[in-house]
Design a protein around this ligand. Sequence first.
Ligand code: HEC
Length: 110
Amino acid sequence: MRTLLTVGIMITATSTITMADSSYLSHERQSELIRLVRQDCGSCHGMRLTGGLGPALTPEVLKDKPAAVLLSTILHGRPGTPMPPWNGFLSESEAAWIVDALQKGFPDAR
Ligand code: HEC
């Protein structure tokens, strides 16, 4: 019972965060982010995000990784690797939106 309750609370908390993030970003900004990820991130992670110079960014690979680590990787890069920091281009909410979208399955450019 206790486990079920905890899981329920966690799911509720996660969906609240997700909703807050996507309502914060306009549809237009979301479309820009989708293009940015497909083009700029795709140049290393592959046009289908299935890997290239950088690793695949598919839900299969990312869904069990902590969102906070992925968020920090996008904002600050991984020193010593080709993964660059994006905090000059993306706000924290925008990077969080990208992490969430990647973990669910990234939408195609519109
Ligand atoms: C210049 C090449 C390059 C570009 C451009 C790039 N990445 Fe990366 N990225 C990498 C490499 C290489 C790694 C693996 C770093 C390591 O060895 O830990 C990585 C790692 C990551 C990871 C961690 C993956 C994991 O499984 O832990 C995420 C998330 C990520 N990148 C997202 C992005 C996003 C989002 C963008 C665009 C905003 C982007 N990357 C642009 C090269 C790149």
